[in-house]
Design a protein around this ligand. Structure first.
Ligand code: UDP
Length: 407
């Protein structure tokens, strides 16, 4: 098992000591995280790593996953799309179903806690049924709510308003809410299967197994098949590059159990890539962390051409592997990529194509950007910083006040 001390060579002993001091200051505490999927997507990715480490720090931490049926996840995907600015309509019966599934989940839970962190809209209504079971409730929003579709945000805001605090990934996402709001950036775990160092032989073996030759530079995007990740825009950009410069495109994705749109988007992507032998579309199982690690390490450039993005852990993962990243100039990607320095921010398939070609012709610059990207990720986006933010959040929520904090 990975111990907290194993992070010392990466982030420094003083960081570990500080975490221990912060945790000791909290005293005995039962913490529960709640979300809606155990696999797929950034939230599950973070909780898998953070929960055991919080336990090691002495916080009795549990992770609960709510269950839902297909209409529930249709409702929550509509809410998600609305929060990210799409003008969606949520029929009243779907909203009622959303509330009812939350009630049903609340009846199944029997725990009590000091502190509950509810992730994203799916389980947000639990507080209505379970408030008395915990002293403090915090809503942690991972999506880009900078420009929400107001009728959807209004529905959710009435629920979220009853929490003691909310947490957003960047200041631009904060909202008019009757409680303190905190800004916490997500993180990756450098020692996880997804991010640990691999040998060249390990990387080659995975690429052989996946049928991806390393004869040309690999351009990679790893994401769920979701329209906000713009896989069709990526294919468009790749086609513009490919007619001038040889390269391969790998689109690696899987399905999140709480995302009903995946199969439709995947079919559109497959159709757009038809007849193109240099495009590889990989549908990976949710536990393909090692494979994604190898793909990211084999890539020459990593893309995250999102049209909306809460944070974009795939960007952090790429940066940690010393890769230049070309990302959509949206959401949390903007705080990760320093334009022209650790990668490039783009606004269109044409811009993306231009930057891919630019880097393909400048290997030394690509290498330099990757090196800077890795150091930036080390300083800002590793799990030890995230743990410190959680511990500080708990400390602050337990003390009264009315401010916006940025850690
Ligand atoms: N991921 C994965 N398999 C896939 C697609 C994505 O393991 O097929 C991982 C990816 O490596 C990253 C997370 O899921 O760790 C996605 O997080 P991100 O913040 O980029 O996007 P989200 O899916 O949460 O919108």
């Amino acid at each position: 098992m990975i111990s907290l001390q194993d992070y010392a060579p990466i982030v420094g002993q003083e960081v570990i000591d500080q975490l221990q001091r912060l945790a000791e200051g909290l005293g005995p505490l039962r913490l529960v995280h709640i979300n809606s999927t155990a696999a797929g997507g950034g939230v599950a990715e973070i909780l898998h790593r953070a929960v055991p480490l919080l336990n090691q720090l002495g916080l009795e931490t549990a992770w609960e996953v709510i269950e839902g049926d297909q209409p529930f996840f249709e409702a929550t995907k509509t809410i998600h799309n609305g929060l990210q600015g799409f003008k969606v309509e949520l029929p009243p019966e779907l909203w009622d179903h959303y509330l009812e599934i939350n009630r049903q989940n609340a009846r199944k839970f029997s725990w009590e806690a000091d502190f509950v962190i509810v992730h994203d809209p799916q389980p947000a209504f639990l507080i209505h049924e379970m408030r008395a079971r915990a002293r403090h409730w915090v809503w942690r929003c991972h999506v880009d709510v900078s420009r929400p579709h107001f009728p959807i945000w209004r529905l959710l805001r009435d629920i979220v308003g009853s929490y003691d605090a909310s947490v957003f990934s960047m200041p631009q996402f904060s909202q008019n809410l009757p409680h303190d709001q905190y800004i916490i950036h997500p993180s990756i775990d450098p020692l996880s299967e997804k991010n640990r160092e691999l040998t060249e032989a390990e990387i080659n073996a995975v690429l052989d197994r996946l049928g991806i030759p390393r004869d040309k530079p690999i351009i990679l995007q790893v994401s769920r098949f979701d329209s906000f990740k713009d896989p069709l825009g990526v294919i468009q950009a790749f086609r513009m590059v490919k007619c001038h410069t040889p390269c391969r495109l790998v689109l690696a994705g899987g399905e999140a159990t709480d995302d009903p749109e995946g199969p439709r988007i995947l079919a559109e992507v497959q159709e757009a890539a038809e007849g193109e032998s240099d495009i590889h579309i990989l549908l990976l199982p949710p536990d393909a962390h090692y494979e994604i690690n190898a793909l990211q390490r084999a890539a020459y450039i990593i893309l995250q051409k999102s049209l909306r993005e809460g944070f974009g852990l795939t960007v952090t993962e790429a940066m940690w592997k010393g890769k230049p990243v070309i990302g959509g100039s949206v959401g949390g990607i903007v705080i990760q990529i320093q334009d022209y320095h650790t990668g490039f921010l783009v606004h269109s398939p044409e811009g993306c194509a231009f930057r891919i070609r630019y880097l393909l012709h400048r290997p030394e610059m690509a290498r330099r950007m990757g090196t800077l990207a890795r150091e930036f990720a080390r300083n800002h986006f590793l799990i030890t910083r995230h743990l410190r933010d959680y511990l500080t959040l708990i400390t602050l929520v337990r003390s009264p006040g009315s401010r916006v904090f940025e850690f």
